[in-house]
Design a protein. Sequence first.
Length: 291
Amino acid sequence: MTVNEPSFHSTPSDQATVKPKQTKSWVPALLIGIAIAYLALVQYIPALNVFIQAFSKGIGPFFANLSKPAFLHAAWLTLLLALISVPLNTVFGLCAAWAIARHKFPGKAIVLSIIDLPFSISPVVAGLMIVLLYGRNGWFGPWLQAHDIQIIFAFPGMVLATSFVSMPFVAREVIPVLEEFGSDQEEAARTLGANDWQTFWRVTLPSIRWGLLYGLILTNARAMGEFGAVSVVSGNIADKTQSLPLFVEDAYKQYETEAAFSAAVLLALLAVVTLVLKEILERKTRIKDVE
């Protein structure tokens, strides 16, 4: 009695079905062309137009626009907002990252969702929330008015709005670094007699420094470029509560296009510096991971 052995020979039709399909040579070129065209329409051409309009009358008028009192006040106010909100969010981000990465507690997922809230909510809605809390008719409005404390349409409200929209960056950059780093070296340092501050300064901070710097850069960029939330709570009062992004809008509405584009160039250069620093930190991080 013979046993039929399986045949390992495949028919031409089977070979045709097994053979992987090769991508046509023009498909990658088409996709790259679509991506470049989209970026050109959305980013490159508008950014180039900003520089063209700013320098259309020469370098002299450009620097003259940057020396106007309204621009200088807006730039100084924007710098103050960053100087206050960035350290606040740095401290908050480090504390939140440490608590989330190193401890287990009920409601941990809710805390992460709250930290991510500025990513999902519109800045204009965030500004409205602050008005409903601290405005004249808000929850805390009567108490603040009784004690002659003004939050809305004043600098404190701008700080609150800026801090809210730039809150998540430090925490979100440090949390994965802490989780990857682990706690073995920290526990070893405590075993050797180091207190919590020494452990953080000599063990934890060096391990998270690139993630922390990355978060600081993103926080600063968002703080100095925020428009929506600050516009709602500030009232956009010239020489009082007008940050640099608000100055750009107001100058353009007042038909001072050269001043508006000059200030926009400064914000664009800030974005370029942010991208350069971001790329440097990413390369440093990749080199550290390879080592």
